[in-house]
Write a protein that binds this ligand. Structure first.
Ligand SMILES: [Zn+2]
Length: 302
């Protein structure tokens, strides 16, 4: 087995040298006759301002205190969703890979632990092209890490990151995101399948445009007869303020106003339909339900 930085990090983590990995590496639930899993890619380490900048501070402080969230430093989980129904093995996003943050990029090792080989993955579906979601696309030889998979991305998202003008317009703090996305997209340019809002992109899987976090962010409704679940990516980007005050504009969204509008609509639907939600940065594996709470909602992990 070639010794990669990823393996070294895992070895270090296993030896207790680097306390990086969250408690649950894999969460699982049954949906109809299929199996819905999340597999941890590790976690991010972010300054609180990345999300909170501009939110009304006194009220924010009391929400965060009640949920025991550190205002200054966030360490959100990264949970990659996997769907298996006997015919297909579908991965939603591919994690951060080795080059984004030391604390992320654990997906491959955790897929191994779950007994899932890269060759088994039949489709990779992207929610959006931020580094923690797409930088894990390439293996050590800069080839797609899931060699047998179809690759699918929403058309608006693809067009945004493909456009050479984006690196100029996106703002200094996200320029690296644009360069990194484009570099990886070039590797799958000849095999990418682009889809639109509302398309049934794979059997039992419909795309829902949920813009704001990025211009073409997509969520996905998985349906198995009466059973359904919503994979929301970063359209609901955390399990604290995004639930408590979905209408607040979040600095982590590229278009904060549109992001808030999208989030409010998603929360409303998830509560109305009592549908399980799977979010990339939600805690304890990222699967749960939405409940109404005073002035907002709360996340109830499975
Ligand atoms: Zn993310």
């Amino acid at each position: 087995m070639p010794l990669t930085r990823r393996h070294l990090l895992q070895t270090a983590a296993a030896s207790g040298l680097v306390p990086l990995l969250p408690r649950r590496l894999i969460a699982e639930t049954q949906l109809g006759t299929g199996r819905l899993l999340t597999v941890s890619d590790g976690n991010l380490v972010l300054p609180g301002d990345f999300v909170f900048d501009g939110m009304p501070e006194p009220e924010l402080a009391s929400i965060l205190a009640a949920l025991r969230i550190d205002r200054q430093r966030l360490t959100p989980e990264c949970n990659v969703t996997l769907w298996q129904d006997g015919e297909q093995t579908v991965l939603f996003d591919v994690g951060a890979g080795p080059d984004f943050m030391q604390s992320a990029g654990a997906l491959q090792g955790n897929l191994d632990a779950a007994g899932i080989t890269p060759e088994q993955v039949t489709a990779v579906v992207f929610t959006h092209a931020h580094p923690d979601h797409i930088w894990g696309l390439l293996d050590d030889f800069d080839e797609p890490a899931f060699p047998e998979a179809r690759y699918l991305m929403g058309r608006a998202e693809w067009d945004y990151w493909w456009d050479p003008a984006t690196v100029e317009s996106i703002g200094a703090e996200r320029q690296l995101f644009a360069l990194g996305a484009r570099r990886r997209m070039e590797v799958i340019e000849d095999r990418i399948e682009r889809f639109e809002d509302g398309d049934e992109i794979l059997p039992g899987l419909a795309a829902i445009l949920t813009p704001g976090h990025t211009p073409g962010h997509m969520s996905f409704e998985l349906r198995q007869g009466q059973a359904a679940a919503l994979v929301v990516g970063d359209a609901i980007g955390n399990d604290h303020v995004a639930f408590a005050r979905p209408g607040w504009e979040a600095n982590s969204d590229q278009d904060p106003e549109l992001g808030a509008k999208t989030r409010v609509a998603l929360m409303d639907r998830l509560v109305q339909e009592q549908m399980p939600v799977i979010g990339f940065h939600l805690s304890q594996g990222g699967m749960g339900h939405v409940e109404r709470a005073e002035d907002g909602y709360r996340f109830v992990p499975l």
